[in-house]
Design a binder for this molecule. Structure first.
Ligand SMILES: Nc1nc2c(ncn2[C@@H]2O[C@H](COP(=O)(O)OP(=O)(O)OP(=O)(O)O)[C@@H](O)[C@H]2O)c(=O)[nH]1
Ligand SMILES: [Mg+2]
Length: 250
């Protein structure tokens, strides 16, 4: 079995999945792919089943209804932990994340517990995004830093890699977010537990095709979830002591 599993949640991504899976699997021989589809009305799930029949490095998890990105990832993480993968990635289906970055994140994850693909570390690398999306994303980063104390520039990034020990150690059932704030909650849980989190520069591009699922509800959820993170951390704004299973402890 490969060292890494790239988990890609999908909802109406029919135009993207074939090319994405081809490019990710070609970019790194060390990873396999898991798509988690929430019964997409455009029948992305059926197409994925056809792709999986032809490609042994590709698997599909079907869920009966749309339950948000967070729930899809938790199901994907559990699937990964039932197998032997050491590095577990999150990645969007819409080509906002460059498949060529997968081996780079994997290399960085060998030196850290969590690697966040960051659009804003050492400069700004976002292509074709409307200004209001960019402002929202940057504001989210500052808001998270201000409330939780986490020093990362891009805590909402959806392109990242976790070392297996991190996902095994966190109580995944306690991660309550369904939308974007899932990304914030996950990195906060790892940081608070004392895992080493690194940021790795990535270039992010507006989706090539298909529609965004971003909406006001996702922003509202993130606004209060960040306060909830802080509260659950005992109102502390510091990282935890190094976790015994952290790479720093070995
Ligand atoms: N399984 C599943 N996947 C989802 C759900 N919502 C979003 N996704 C997937 O999560 C990834 C990110 O969603 P996007 O719609 O690209 O959201 P976004 O990146 O914030 O929006 P854009 O920047 O406009 O693309 C994509 O691969 C989506 O197909 C969901 O409820 N269930
Ligand atoms: Mg997107």
């Amino acid at each position: 079995m490969a060292a890494g599993l790239v988990i890609v949640p999908t909802y109406n991504e029919r135009e993207n999945v074939a090319a994405l899976s081809r490019d990710v699997l070609a970019a790194s021989a060390e990873v396999e792919l898991l798509f988690v589809d929430d019964a997409s009305p455009d029948r992305t799930g059926e197409l994925l089943d056809q792709l999986a029949e032809q490609e042994p490095r590709l698997a599909v998890l079907h869920r009966p209804q749309k339950q948000g990105l967070g729930r899809a990832y938790i199901a994907g993480f559990q699937w990964a932990l039932e197998r032997t993968y050491d590095f577990i990635f999150e990645m969007d289906a819409d080509f906002s994340h460059d498949p060529q970055d997968v081996p780079k994140l994997l290399a960085a994850a060998r030196e850290s517990d969590v690697v966040l693909g960051s659009r804003y570390v050492n400069g700004l690398r976002v292509i074709n995004w409307p200004l209001r999306r960019l402002i929202l994303s940057r504001m989210a980063g500052y808001y998270v830093k201000w409330i939780t104390g986490m020093p990362f520039t891009d805590p909402t990034s959806g392109f990242r890699c976790y070392r297996r020990a991190v996902l095994e150690s966190l109580d995944l059932e306690r991660i309550g977010s369904s939308g974007y704030s899932f990304q914030i909650e996950m990195v906060h849980a790892a940081w608070r537990a004392g895992f080493a989190v690194a940021e790795w520069p990535i270039t992010f591009e507006e989706r090539h095709s298909g529609a965004s699922k971003m909406g006001a509800g996702i922003v509202r959820e993130a606004l209060w979830r960040v306060w909830n993170c802080w509260f659950q951390a005992g109102c502390r704004r510091r990282p935890g002591l190094p976790h015994p299973r952290s790479i720093r402890a070995s």
